[in-house]
Design a protein around this ligand. Sequence first.
Ligand code: ZN
Ligand code: ZN
Length: 413
Amino acid sequence: MIENFDAKLNEYAHLLVEIGANVQAGQTVRLRPEVSCAPLARMCVEACYDRGAREVVLEWDDDFVFRQQFLRAADDVFVDWPAYKKAQMDWYLEQGAVDLSILGSDPELLKGVDPARMQAFRRAAGNATRAYADALDANKFQWCVAAHPVPAWAKKVFPDLSEQDAMDALWDAIFAVCRITGDGKAVERWREHIDTTARRCEALNAYAFKSLHYTNSLGTDLTVQLPENHVWAGGSEKTPAGVEFVPNMPTEEIFTAPRWDGVDGRVYAALPLAMDGNLVRDFYLDFQAGRIVDVDAAEGEDILRRSIDLDEGSHYLGEAALVPYDSPIRNKGILFYETLFDENASCHLAFGSSYPTCVKGGADMTEEEQKAAGLNQSITHVDFMVGTADLSIVGTTHDGKEVPVFVNGNFAF
Ligand code: ZN
Ligand code: ZN
């Protein structure tokens, strides 16, 4: 039993609608919850209409049905993306709809599914929904991703607890890292957190580093060049119309885009990477002129290689993110098996697409211009954790000055 559960759930719904998606009067909302999240989803629907939403369109996900489809549907289902689905995405785009997703998945949902089928599906879906995904990455409309426990996920995180205790423990953890206490003030606490993050971004943007050098005792020795005019962002984002929103709930990271062709050396993963129900463990990536030229993993190497081989851009980095080792999420000491949380436990990098807003004016550039500016393009984006307690990051400015950015896993300033 969680004390004050309904009050906390309601505080969570308001946090997602007011701070996460920041739904505006007259806006259409695309709400995507898993079926087991129905009580939270309904509270979100109420909160959206309280703010004057035009319409809340529900797209229920059902994990059971999703798995059955992957195991039993005909092969061509995974190759051809239906036109009506694409038309729906285009309609949301025309509406300028807000996109609010509430994940709640068994981390092993797709275990045993043919990886070739998954790759075909990702490719078909990725290509068909490219315009929508690009607009989302460029923050053309508000979007927010949050999570909700489900029993299989809770048991994966807390294998020694009963199902009910595991669910309670996972709820407690999610409430804690989302700064929800039941006092109804999470929205205020998030405004403060967003301000602190913004101050750090300003400091990093003022340095305008040419490159970052990562080292630690695992053996990481990686140089990451940053595009000229790169922008560090974190906490909240703004749409072109100036509506502030928080894309990931929770979030602790400050991130930018590496130069896609400017990464050299080796980086070791600090945490296992959960991918499609599998874990990739103890891996490193080698880079030359930005390209991943070698990969080694103690476990799950095939899964990792397939996701790097998805398209040309997935061979290059698209994100470099800074998260203090002393973050509320890592301090929980839990591996969530869910990137939304785990990426906020550690400094991370991502291979695949970059966020165009990570370069000044990037959102309004053509693909060619983005590439020339240093931004990477791909239909995928996979975060992996590299932050350890002894991680050092040294920034080099354009006039050759070296500035410690991270010392012993935490911000140096
Ligand atoms: Zn990130
Ligand atoms: Zn990322």
